[in-house]
Write a protein that binds this ligand. Structure first.
Ligand SMILES: [Zn+2]
Length: 275
């Protein structure tokens, strides 16, 4: 006998660990200050994506490149074009080369496929998005602040951040107050440049911001690309028509919410049958 259908509802409301919130950081240009910023992120267990201009690294020797790789371990190395030009003001071939060569040089450093990006000067249009897509870029961050928590972007090639770090503290405090609400949006996405952290006061502020958001069991701390990979994996879940057989063909553990109350984990590569 087939169970009555229509009394089930699956929602993609949950992130790794079955939590409802995600916090991510995104830093551009690569600078000496990234060393201190990464230390701060590591101290508090948060994660960031570092969007780098490979023009700075192309003449470096192996030792220097190894140091760059080590600096960002545990975080994401991501593109920001080779020379930080305005992508909408370039011949398409130039823009393509700026992105693809950035990937190629950064991949020699990172030793993994580099698939993320942020737009230099926040400059993009639909044609630029097409170029990125053809170059194997899976998301790119703009500079258009939403000034509040958001959904995971529908079009990751136009990923609008919550805000710049200088504006983030009150928004972060509100985000933490609302952690138990089912009705709030899940993602807080803070961006900036480490080279803007010039004085000790700037670093005190940054530590206050990071510590405000840190170490909550209700938050998934992720790099930008980890969020994209998780959402893509959720969409690859095989679900039977009666929504009771859940097959996870991906290499990522997935969580779904059932009937707005039950959290179900579908481990990587496994099938879960609901009663
Ligand atoms: Zn930049």
């Amino acid at each position: 006998m087939v169970d009555k259908v229509g009394d089930f509802m699956i929602q993609f409301n949950l992130f790794p660990g079955g939590v409802r919130r995600v916090v991510t950081f995104s830093y551009d240009d690569g600078s000496e200050n990234d060393v201190r910023l990464v230390e701060l992120f590591n101290k508090y267990g948060v994660k960031g994506s570092f969007h780098l201009n490979a023009g700075k690294y192309k003449d470096m020797g192996d030792e220097e490149l190894d140091a760059i790789e080590k600096l960002y371990i545990g975080h994401e190395i991501s593109c920001h074009t080779v020379n930080h030009g305005w992508l909408t003001r370039m011949p398409y071939a130039t823009a393509t080369r700026q992105v693809l060569e950035d990937r190629m040089i950064l991949e020699k450093i990172a030793k993994y496929p580099v698939r993320g990006m942020s737009y230099p000067s926040g400059d993009y249009n639909e044609k630029v998005c097409e170029i990125l897509s053809a170059c194997g870029i899976e998301y790119s961050r703009t500079c258009k602040a939403t000034m509040g928590a958001t959904e995971i972007p529908e079009n990751p090639l136009m990923w609008h951040p919550t805000c710049h770090h200088k504006d983030a503290l009150p928004i972060a405090e509100k985000f933490m107050e609302d952690l138990d609400s089912q009705w709030r949006r899940p993602l807080l996405y803070i961006w900036g440049h480490a080279h803007e952290l010039r004085t000790e006061d700037d670093w005190v502020y940054m530590e206050k911001l990071v510590s405000t958001l840190a170490r909550s069991e209700k938050i998934w701390y992720a790099t930008n690309i980890e969020i994209i990979d998780y959402m893509n994996a959720l969409r690859m879940l095989h679900i039977s028509a009666d929504e009771k057989i859940l097959q996870n063909p991906t290499g990522i553990d997935l969580w779904i919410e059932l009937d707005k109350k039950e959290n179900i984990k579908i481990p990587a590569g496994e099938t879960v049958r609901l009663a």
